[in-house]
Design a protein around this ligand. Structure first.
Ligand code: AMP
Length: 445
């Protein structure tokens, strides 16, 4: 999953990168890092943990320079050791470079084994390291040409930010699966970030999204930047960014994530015929969709489940036992509100079914009478290989059970999912999306 940021032409490059990463903490909490160029070389600080635990006034001061890149890690390739934190910073035949990546390269093993055969020594388990090797090995003369040549070997979803001592390169894969936006800082510098919510925090002005297949090249001290359209395909942003991953206050490809989630909720309500007293969101993931659902049915919404914000997301700990514990630690239904009530519970998605099952059982204990679970996305039947951390077929409940069986598993009185058609209609039918989790169309090959 992950977040990336790149800043150039600002004396406060590392501080801006820090705040941008802070705003995008939801995209990855395993590790964070910032690399800064001072015009001669590149310095990096990275560690496991959350952004605010890793960086402080002192270490940010030590990262002085006008170009910075940064990364929040949520492992979809490699593992969660410090070794696999980004940016990856190296010295090679064209000087110091640092690279950070959001996405997933589907041909990573093929390239890695070929490079190892040719004598490369890998220091991490990450697909991102392939690119650094490819750049260093390239016989082209400039970093721009070396980077472009390396990208020709990369099949998959990616947003890369690459810093050299004098340049910042940013590039989005040919389908534009992961989001990446360009903004202007108050002090005149530029910023690129995975999500526009990063710009809000530092009062940067949104300029535009980086296009699918586009590379931007910025040079230190120059206001003009170069844009190269490397690939031309019909863009397919990942629908899961709108469903779950992006922050609701982000604008992704010109569209408000919050408004789209509300539309998903309203579309989900179209076929809902049960009699209920009120609508209850699973916080925070189901809140925007629940608002749309309740508004369209003109039924009250009650925040009858309270979330403890001091617990991380349920996916963070990799073991099944802890995942269950975390749902219980995180969500507390209020029995005073719920006792003897018939309710619709709204969440954004069902992956393994763990959250829904726990939520329904907690709601039963709290005294709710009829519990209708409505999910504001289609059944997730296929693992996403393009940078969203969904598990294998074996673990995906909807890959193995039909709606009736999932209903039995979670223990609700009814269960409904948004249709793929209604999902597309909610985001906007005028363009194509990566819907791989729902339709199994692995279009990047
Ligand atoms: P599960 O409990 O495995 O069914 O996961 C579903 C819950 O996890 C939902 O409430 C979502 O908000 C959240 N979720 C969905 N997709 C992901 C993901 N890729 N990573 C982390 N959390 C997710």
């Amino acid at each position: 999953m992950c977040a990336v940021v790149g800043v150039i032409n600002s004396k406060n490059a590392s501080t801006y990168a820090y705040y941008a990463l802070f705003a995008m903490q939801h995209r990855g909490q395993e590790a964070s890092g910032i690399s800064v160029s001072n015009g001669k070389n590149i310095h990096t600080i990275k560690a496991k943990g959350e952004v605010s635990q890793i960086f402080n006034e002192n270490n940010l001061k030590s990262l002085s320079g006008n170009i910075a890149i940064g990364h929040n890690r949520y492992s979809t390739a490699g593992n969660s050791s410090l070794n696999d934190a980004q940016p990856i910073a190296v010295s090679c035949n064209i000087g110091d470079i640092a690279l950070a990546h959001n996405g997933n390269l589907v041909n990573k093993d093929e390239i890695r084994f070929k490079l190892i055969d040719e004598g490369a020594i890998f220091r991490t388990n990450m697909d991102t390291e392939n690119v650094v090797h490819l750049i260093a090995k390239s016989k082209k003369s400039s970093l721009k040409e070396k980077f472009i040549e390396s990208l020709n070997y990369c099949v998959g979803a990616y947003c890369f930010v690459l810093a050299s001592v004098n340049n910042l390169f940013v590039v989005r894969d040919k389908f534009g699966v992961r989001p990446l936006s360009l903004g202007r800082l108050k002090d005149g510098g530029y910023i690129v970030a995975s999500e526009s919510c990063a710009f809000d925090l530092i009062e940067a002005d949104f300029i535009r999204d980086i296009k699918a297949g586009e590379m931007l090249i910025f040079t230190e001290g120059q206001d003009e930047f170069e844009s190269i359209q490397l690939f031309k395909e019909e863009p397919r942003i990942c629908a899961f960014e709108y469903i779950y991953f992006a922050r609701p206050d982000s604008i992704v490809e010109g569209k408000s994530v919050y408004e789209i989630r509300k539309k998903m909720g309203a579309n989900l309500a179209k076929n809902f015929k049960e009699k209920i007293d009120f609508v209850v969101p699973v916080p925070d993931s189901g809140v925007s969709a629940a608002i749309g659902f309740a508004q369209s049915l003109n039924i009250p919404l009650e925040m009858a489940i309270v979330r403890n914000h001091y617990v991380g997301r349920t996916f963070i700990e990799p073991t099944q036992a802890l995942r269950n514990l975390k749902v219980k630690l995180k969500l507390n239904p209020m029995s005073k509100v719920l006792k003897n009530k018939d309710i619709a519970v709204i969440d954004d998605s069902v992956v393994r079914g763990t959250t829904s099952k726990k939520v329904i059982s907690l709601l039963r204990v709290a005294g709710a009478r009829k519990i209708h679970l409505a999910i504001a996305c289609p059944e997730i039947k296929f693992p996403d290989l393009y940078g969203i951390d969904t598990p294998t077929f074996d673990e995906l409940i909807s890959a193995n059970k039909n709606v009736k069986e999932v209903l039995e598993y979670v223990g609700a009185d009814s269960l409904s999912f948004l249709s793929i058609e209604d999902l597309k209609q909610s985001i906007g039918n005028e363009r194509a999306y990566s819907l791989v989790s729902f339709d199994g169309n692995y279009f990047i090959k």
